[in-house]
Design a protein around this ligand. Structure first.
Ligand code: ATP
Ligand code: MG
Length: 173
């Protein structure tokens, strides 16, 4: 009887251990991706989404939105003191954008790798297979956004999407 109880205890512990460790090893992360106005107007949306899906991301939420100046300034508030801020806001409000929540293991780093460096002109030379090399032009017009950290990703996702899937935090126009 004691032997039976001991075996049962070990078996239960083994099941609990496997459950916990498998949950930890393939944990999904979320990041925010945006196809910027030049990406949309240049008809790159389908090509970019194809790269996203072929790279193993799930697009769990998406919406097309026209940002107004206030939205864009709040979203890029960290850059408000930079010399390029006014141009950045003009660029980001120049047409609709496609906002996406992208999910996979290590999503923040993988999406940043996939989009390539900020300067799309340089990306064409140093990262020719990146998304910015495909559809961007220069340091400003670089066609896509990617969150730069796990914390930024969660803040940016909350900026656009409420937790209830059908309600959006920034009202669509
Ligand atoms: P994003 O946040 O859009 O993913 P990023 O993280 O690669 O881009 P940031 O430094 O956060 O780069 O800059 C935000 C955006 O501001 C850039 O994507 C680009 O559109 C614009 N930008 C950045 N630096 C410059 C600059 N020196 N001149 C003009 N525009 C710039
Ligand atoms: Mg950034």
């Amino acid at each position: 009887m004691t032997q039976f109880l001991t075996r049962s205890l070990f078996f239960s512990m083994f099941i609990v251990f496997r459950f916990c460790s498998s949950n930890g090893s393939d944990e999904q992360e979320r990041t925010l991706g945006i196809i910027k106005p030049d990406g949309i107007s240049g008809n790159y949306t389908e090509r970019i989404k194809q790269v996203i899906l072929e790279s193993g991301f799930e697009i769990s939420k998406e919406m097309v939105i026209q940002l107004d100046e206030e939205n864009a300034a709040n979203f890029y508030a960290e850059h408000s003191s930079k010399s390029f801020f006014t141009n950045l806001i003009r660029y980001m409000t120049s047409g609709p954008v496609l906002v996406m929540v992208l999910e996979k293991e290590d999503a923040v780093a993988h999406w940043r790798d996939l989009i390539g460096p900020t300067n799309a002109g340089k990306a064409k030379i140093t990262h020719p297979h990146s998304i910015r090399a495909m559809c961007g032009v220069d340091l400003e017009k670089n066609c896509v956004h990617g969150s730069d950290s796990h914390q930024s990703a969660e803040r940016e996702i909350a900026f656009f999407f409420k937790e209830a899937p059908s309600e959006d935090a920034v009202s669509q126009t």
